[in-house]
Write a protein of this length. Structure first.
Length: 684
């Protein structure tokens, strides 16, 4: 069972736990309650498990997105920051949007009040039904393909079977399920259980992997079939045709088509379940002649034709910053990676033929700098770097590389790592974090990690710190099931330096830790070995790192990870804290995090000014809970609009008191006049 309900530790209430995604969410009650199971089909929206609480009041101790709905799911009110609502007797659903999707089902009068310290819910009856749904998604089946591109096209044609709706609501990440897995074998095999929707949309491309891979996300999002054709184009059963090549080239045209269709779906969906004031819709409505109300109920083919009749340049400014661009080599084995990329609606490009000389030169320059100080190399000789490639940079928030060699300036995708995440076993109990410091000269980082990890009072942690471990002891740490390993010390070609020798991770058959940071010189190969053994993702280095710079990067990573930033987002911020930051990359699944964020999406706040008013920008980073298509509403009294999550919103002009109130809600990383600090340390 993925979802379970437990009594709240430390007071009356209930905690709902997602044991696969390692998420939990608590509500408080006036007195002790004993949850009793109730049928899930009584909820309007799908839930995995549900219980009844014999109480007329609940308190949510954190500020989360909250929507009040009627008996038929219609939205009656959104509970904004510091607002309240009272409703007469009736049947209501209260939708809560913490890391676990939750619904409260009540009958009677209803009062909901939101303040800076939480949300109070009071009903006119003595019972509240509490349901929850896991965000965990697994492939429904596996499609076997050969190396023939036509087989891969057939596999992409099944991806639409994972969509939970073909309406515009599929632009919400929770309504896009995980596509079928792909396995390369000796013959094409598509399970009969896969039921792909008949959307009337076809994508035609030449039967060559160079054309097939880049259309994977577009095919998934549209529930389209992918067929061989002489030129790339999108075709609907209404007779509409849209060329997928032109002035900007094939890959860019495909990316623009996906982004435009997605953006306009997000605008149209405000006519449905979430009638919010969306910033992007307001801006676009002034520039285009689209009837969003009529489009909401129109067939998909009509929506596509209306959307693509608008020139991309008209809407380009409102396209949200895209989460991910992945550079995928057009090799048959990389077909197995596609289902994991399209769940993020990744823009897929072929690797650039650019020389790696530039990135190699950059690393050599950095290595020269590190030789002037104490490095984390286990050898007195300068260590070489793994073979490097520098992917062409794009405008996405994150870049990843799926090809040979190690990428400079991007994360390294790993099919094995994604598969490891799917195979994670349910885990109850504490969040297990292990800190290993195998050199006394690096105790500064070890001491900080020991202090910061597990310092959030509302989550259960088990933090263990070890120093100067032997080979056998470190092997035991790596093989034991755990959520995160933070290693501080030396690594060379022979492996991790231990008190009595070297431990080579390539010789470990089963890795128990899910995620890791190897803060040592040239830890890339050892990190990749941990992925091969069972880990999901980690942070590694490509070359030597000077100790002082490694401490700065490590210190920032510790605090960001402890606040719920996933690996890739945390490293994006932390690498800017040191000249050696460019030598760190993420390997495996960059979405993996150590703990859940306090709010929804992890955010970085930029503040400029010295009062009485300030300019504030809010940058939201993607994580495994909320992907592209999520909504964000800045926690500012002066800002009522919603924005499509991911990327930077603002600047907003706020008063000193408004800013203080916002910064008091949770511990946040702050860029104040270009310097990274934390909300608890800002004195306004």
């Amino acid at each position: 069972m993925t979802i379970s309900f437990e009594r709240l530790d430390g007071g009356p209430g209930v905690t709902v736990v997602d044991s696969v995604e390692r998420r939990q969410f608590s509500v408080e009650t006036p007195s002790d309650v004993s949850p009793s199971s109730v049928p899930t089909d009584e909820f309007y929206f799908p839930v995995d498990e549900a219980v009844r609480l014999d109480t007329d009041r609940l308190r949510v101790p954190t500020v989360v997105g909250t929507y009040v709905r009627g008996a038929d799911g219609e939205m009656l009110a959104e509970i904004d920051f510091c607002s309240e609502i009272e409703l007469p007797a009736g049947r209501y659903t209260i939708e809560l949007c913490p890391p676990i999707k939750c619904y409260l089902r009540v009958e009677g009068t209803l009062s909901v009040t939101a303040g800076a310290d939480g949300i109070e819910i009071e009903t006119g009856s003595e019972r509240i039904d509490f349901g929850a749904r896991s965000r965990h998604e697994r492939p429904e089946a596996t499609v076997t393909v050969t190396e023939d591109p036509r087989d891969v096209m057939a596999a992409l044609s099944t991806f639409g079977s994972a969509l939970k709706t073909t309406s515009v609501e599929r632009s919400y990440p929770t309504l896009r399920g995980h596509p079928p897995a792909i396995e390369v074998g000796e013959e094409l095999s598509i399970p009969e259980t896969l039921d792909s929707p008949d959307t009337g949309v076809t994508i035609e491309v030449p039967p060559n992997l160079r054309y097939v891979y880049p259309v994977a996300s577009l095919a998934y999002y549209l529930g389209a079939s992918v067929e061989p054709g002489p030129t790339p184009r999108l075709v609907t059963d209404h007779g509409f045709t849209h060329a997928l090549s032109g002035t900007y080239g094939f890959e860019e045209t495909v990316a623009r088509t996906l982004k435009q269709l997605f953006l306009l779906d997000c605008c149209t969906r405000t006519e449905g379940y979430y009638t919010v004031d969306l910033h992007e819709r307001r801006a676009i409505a002034e520039a285009v002649d689209l009837d969003f109300a009529a489009l909401y109920d129109a067939p998909l083919a009509e929506q596509i034709e209306a959307y693509l009749d608008v020139p991309y340049g008209v809407v380009a400014e409102q396209v949200p910053e895209w989460k991910l661009t992945t550079h995928v080599a057009p090799t048959p084995d990389n077909a197995e990676l596609l289902p994991f990329l399209v769940t993020d609606l990744a823009v897929i490009r072929l690797p650039s033929e650019r020389s790696t000389a530039e990135s190699t030169a950059q690393l050599e320059a950095l290595s020269a700098f590190t030789r002037d100080g104490f490095t984390r190399s286990a050898s007195e000789e300068s260590l070489g770097s793994p073979p490097l490639v520098q992917p062409e940079q794009t405008d996405s928030i994150e870049q990843s590389w799926a090809g040979e060699n190690a990428p400079f300036g991007a994360s390294k995708s790993s099919i094995q790592a994604f598969q490891n995440r799917l195979d994670r076993e349910p885990s109850g109990g504490d969040i297990d974090i292990t800190v290993v410091c195998n050199d006394a000269a690096m105790d500064e980082e070890g001491d900080l990690a020991e202090q910061v990890y597990g310092s959030r009072d509302n989550l259960p942690f088990d933090v263990q710190t070890y120093r100067n471990l032997s080979v056998d002891a470190l092997r035991a740490v790596i093989e034991t099931d755990g959520d995160f390993l933070h290693y501080i010390g030396h690594i060379d070609e022979a492996g991790f330096q231990c008190a009595d020798g070297r431990l080579d991770a390539r010789e470990i058959e089963t890795v128990g830790v899910d995620a890791f940071m190897l803060n040592a010189c040239r830890s890339y190969e050892q990190g990749m070995a941990l992925l091969d053994g069972g880990a999901v993702g980690g942070v590694v280095t490509l070359a030597e790192v000077i100790n002082s710079g490694a401490v700065r990067v490590g210190r920032t990573m510790v605090r960001l990870l402890n606040q719920g930033f996933p690996l890739r987002a945390a490293l994006t911020i932390a690498k800017g804290e040191s000249i050696v930051g460019g030598q760190y990359i993420v390997v495996g699944d960059g979405n993996v995090d150590v703990v859940q964020p306090e709010g929804g999406l992890p955010i970085l706040v930029r503040i400029d000014g010295d009062g009485p008013e300030y300019d504030v920008e809010i940058t939201s980073f993607p994580n495994g809970d909320k992907g592209i298509g999520s909504l964000i509403q800045p926690s500012l009294r002066s800002e009522a609009q919603h924005y499509l999550g991911l990327g930077t919103q603002g600047p907003f002009t706020v008063t000193r008191s408004e800013l203080r109130e916002t910064l008091s809600l949770e511990e946040l990383p702050i860029k104040l006049d270009g310097r990274l600090t934390w909300s608890s340390e800002v004195d306004l």
